[in-house]
Design a protein around this ligand. Structure first.
Ligand SMILES: [Zn+2]
Length: 455
């Protein structure tokens, strides 16, 4: 784990220019003035200097981001999320920042069009309401948009009805189609569109997965359904302006230029430039003004790595939510008990494990498997009589008591795959720090679909 960053990349140089203005603006907010008392705010001129500033969360410390209000801005947009904590978090944006972000996206879009020589108008189809878009899509400025709700069978029928029309918009003969949605929605839609014989008519140029983790299996399915499309996997949080896109070359996530990514050690104390840590994001002025997030702890655990695509920048692999795993002391360090996202990827590789249904309220997707594997994982801290252990329960797609030999073989193969997915767990089971207890059952009630992000 190194803590020095020798070369700064092109994105960092752009971000560095925005840092003094960002800190000066945030310093006018009473919350930050108090939080940063004694810090040399005026001298902090680069993203590297941010490492000296305290981490923030939704409600911590001292009210957290919920308490941030810029005195000279008027909120014009309110978004709220219930989050996992139970109490709703309110997120405000003012007209100035919405405009700045729209200008930036329009600019990026214009440049992308110049590069690709593409002049056709864009029609954006999404299973997520438009309100969500500005934050999630990142680099796409949209000319026409259509929301395809996918909450019920009627919604799906309506969506297919729309797609059957010769034209979505009467004045557009051959628009460039972009499709976005949650991974599960996209998989249901891709399946339904294929069944209805409409995949060829839809022909999206890009298919963007948002709001949840797109597994390799789902990515491959979407790529096979829409062979001409680029499959885009976005990492984003509804409360933060700016996210990251997974790179097809190096498979890591590269961040948008208008947000500063940093990784800190799992205990939150040290900067990390390679290895496992928590992702911290800073929004830049002018793209966030009323309620700017500075050094916001996302709760996402990542593995930072140097990528040849973006030398000198933070690129990451997503490992999971910190709330979905546990930390164990191993050889004097806090390490992950297991890595949720790689664990799910590992389980997805087994056709012998049962999967959740594709969509609980749309037939036939309420019966067709296609969602996450049915599996649950728990960490039990050690006590005097027992070592700490990771307990994994997986539901099989067959009756284990009827196939005892297959069950035995499957158990060893799943065990190996789980240890491959989490090197920390492999090291801890090898030296006896921790145990892995694996249970295979045919009872579908024993575990829900294994989610790694949620919405
Ligand atoms: Zn890359």
């Amino acid at each position: 784990m190194s803590t020095e960053r020798a070369v700064s990349g092109a994105k960092t140089r752009i971000r560095d220019k925005l840092i003094p203005g960002t800190l000066e603006h945030a310093h006018q907010v009473p919350y930050y003035r108090e939080l940063w008392a004694g810090l040399p705010v005026a001298e902090a001129a680069t993203t590297a200097a941010l490492a000296d500033f305290p981490l923030t969360g939704k409600y911590e410390p001292a009210g957290g981001m919920a308490a941030v209000r810029h005195p000279d801005r008027t909120p014009s947009v309110l978004m709220h999320s219930s989050g996992t904590t139970g109490h709703p978090f309110t997120r405000y944006r003012c007209a100035e920042e919405v405009q700045a972000l729209a200008d930036l996206l329009a600019n990026l879009n214009a440049r992308a069009r110049e590069r690709t020589d593409e002049t056709r108008p864009i029609v954006h189809l999404s299973t997520i309401s438009k309100r969500h878009h500005g934050n999630s899509i990142g680099a796409l400025a949209v000319e026409r948009s259509v929301t395809l709700g996918l909450l019920s069978a009627r919604d799906l029928d309506k969506a297919l009805g729309l797609l059957r029309r010769p034209r979505l918009f009467p004045d557009l003969d051959d628009p460039l189609v972009q499709l976005s949605g949650t991974p599960d929605d996209l998989v249901v839609l891709a399946h339904a569109v294929t069944e209805a014989g409409l995949a060829d008519r839809l022909r999206p140029r890009t298919v963007t997965a948002l709001a949840d983790y797109l597994t390799d299996g789902h990515r491959d399915f979407l790529a096979a359904t829409f062979p001409g499309a680029r499959i885009v996997h976005r990492y984003s949080l509804s409360e933060v302006a700016g996210g990251a896109t997974r790179c097809a070359r190096c498979e890591l996530f590269h961040f948008d230029v208008h947000v500063v990514p940093q990784v800190v050690s799992l205990d939150g104390r040290h900067p990390v430039t390679s290895g496992v840590g928590r992702l911290v994001l800073t929004e830049l002025h002018p793209f966030s003004q009323y309620q700017p997030f500075i050094r916001y702890d996302t709760g996402d655990v990542v593995e930072a790595a140097e990528s040849p695509c973006e030398p000198g920048e933070v690129s990451v692999a997503l490992l999971g939510r910190q709330a979905h795993t546990a930390l164990v002391e191993h050889q004097g360090r806090q390490v992950l008990a297991f890595r949720p996202i790689p664990l799910r990827e590992a389980l997805e590789g087994f056709p012998e494990l049962a999967r959740g249904v594709m969509h609980a309220s749309i037939a036939p997707y309420d019966a067709l498997p296609g969602s996450a594997p049915l599996a649950s994982v728990k960490f039990r801290p050690g006590n005097e009589g027992a070592r700490p252990r990771v307990e994994l329960t997986c539901v099989t797609a067959f009756a284990p008591h009827l196939f005892p030999e297959l069950t035995g073989q499957l158990s060893s193969r799943v065990r190996e795959a789980v240890l491959d997915s989490s090197p920390e767990l492999r090291a801890m089971t090898a030296d006896g720090t921790c145990e892995l207890h694996l249970e295979l059952t045919g009872d579908r009630r024993a575990a829900a679909p294994f989610t790694v992000r949620g919405h």
